[in-house]
Write a protein that binds this ligand. Structure first.
Ligand code: GLA
Length: 338
């Protein structure tokens, strides 16, 4: 019996660096992803990758996922350590997602491996939590739940309003006549070597003074004495507001305002959260200046990676834009057996 598990990547339309303080986000799955194919008649996990070097060769009782090599195998090991499957998996990993570009290639690998190893009976929330724990084990990054929850809960044609405190997921259909565009700055970054963990710690320090940032207003944020923490908290509190403003703009079909909100989000991530890069700023302004595009912003953690834009579905975009995907929201991760 051959098992094939597919997990899509995700792009976040708005609401970045809000999930780890229980905030709001509006991501969606895209049509690029990770496929794991194999059979279970083995008591090891042995996976080769069509894109990455080395073999993931792991016993079912692997414990220290972070010590495994090659480095991509750490995510596989993290899943094995969380799931403790009775049977192994021998097969291949194939990916159409670029690595380290803010499209959740690691979360897609975790969820596809988990499904191939028999986690299909878990609900979307449980499966997402398992993926997040696997990521923590693999690379020690204190990431939030957005990536994994989007991949397990995606709804074709809709973005997802995620409440990262209650973990509720509300599908928000995209207005007719609009496409989502993902453009690649060409700059890679590994979360583990980025200021991500520093930002998580800065938010925790702001919360020690203000209480949960989810319950704080932008005005509360201004009361913080430390100028760095004030800017971080200003980003998080205003970004939570922009998520619901974008949901409302989509419901009203007001794409001009939707674009403005994305641009404001980019400025907040660049100036208050210091999560952009010169290449990303340049790409976002190039996208914004393109006829047919309503708005653009960096997406995911930042410090390199991709930008996301909303574009009139009838617009032809210039060929010199580094577009790697264009379309409507895709469906969730899934597994098939043959
Ligand atoms: C990464 C993390 C997510 C989230 C984003 C920023 O993708 O894995 O949990 O924090 O950055 O919004």
């Amino acid at each position: 019996m051959t098992i094939t598990a597919f997990a899509p990547g995700r792009v976040n339309l708005i609401g970045d660096h809000t999930d780890y303080t229980g905030g709001l986000a509006l991501p969606m799955a895209i049509g690029l992803g990770v496929e794991v194919t194999g059979d279970r008649s083995t008591n090891w996990v042995i996976l080769t990758s069509t894109a990455l070097d080395g073999i993931a060769e792991l016993p079912l009782d692997v414990s220290d996922a972070a010590a495994v090599s090659p480095s991509w195998a750490r995510y596989v090991a993290g899943v094995v350590a969380e799931l403790r499957p009775d049977d192994g998996l021998s097969g291949t990993v194939d990916s159409s997602l670029p690595q380290g570009r803010g499209l959740s290639s690691s979360a897609a690998l975790e969820i596809a491996v988990a499904l191939a190893l028999g986690a299909g009976s878990l609900g979307p929330e449980e499966l997402a939590e398992l993926g997040r724990r696997a990521e923590h084990r693999a690379v020690g990054v204190p990431c939030g739940i957005m990536d994994q929850l989007t991949i397990t809960s995606a709804v074709s044609g809709s973005a997802l309003r995620l409440d990262c405190r209650s973990l509720s997921v509300d599908p928000v259909p995209l207005p007719l006549g609009v496409d989502v565009v993902v453009a690649d700055s060409g700059e890679s970054r590994a979360l583990a070597r980025s200021p991500y963990a520093t930002r998580v710690a800065e938010c925790a320090r702001a919360e020690a003074e203000l209480g949960p940032l989810r319950d704080a207003s932008p005005r509360d944020a201004e009361g913080l004495a430390d100028p760095v923490l004030r800017r971080r908290a200003r980003h998080v509190t205003t970004e939570n507001g922009r998520v619901d403003a974008l949901v409302a703009a989509f419901r009203e079909g007001d794409l001009r305002h939707a674009g403005e909100l994305m641009v404001a989000s980019h400025a907040s991530l660049r100036d208050d959260y210091e999560a952009s890069s010169p290449a990303l700023d340049e790409l976002v302004s190039q996208l914004r200046g393109t006829p047919g595009i309503y708005g653009a912003r960096l997406t995911g953690a930042g410090w390199g990676g991709c930008a996301v834009a909303l574009v009139d579905a009838s617009a032809d975009l210039p060929h010199d834009l580094p577009i790697i995907w264009r379309g409507a929201p895709a469906g969730p991760a899934h597994v098939t057996m043959s």
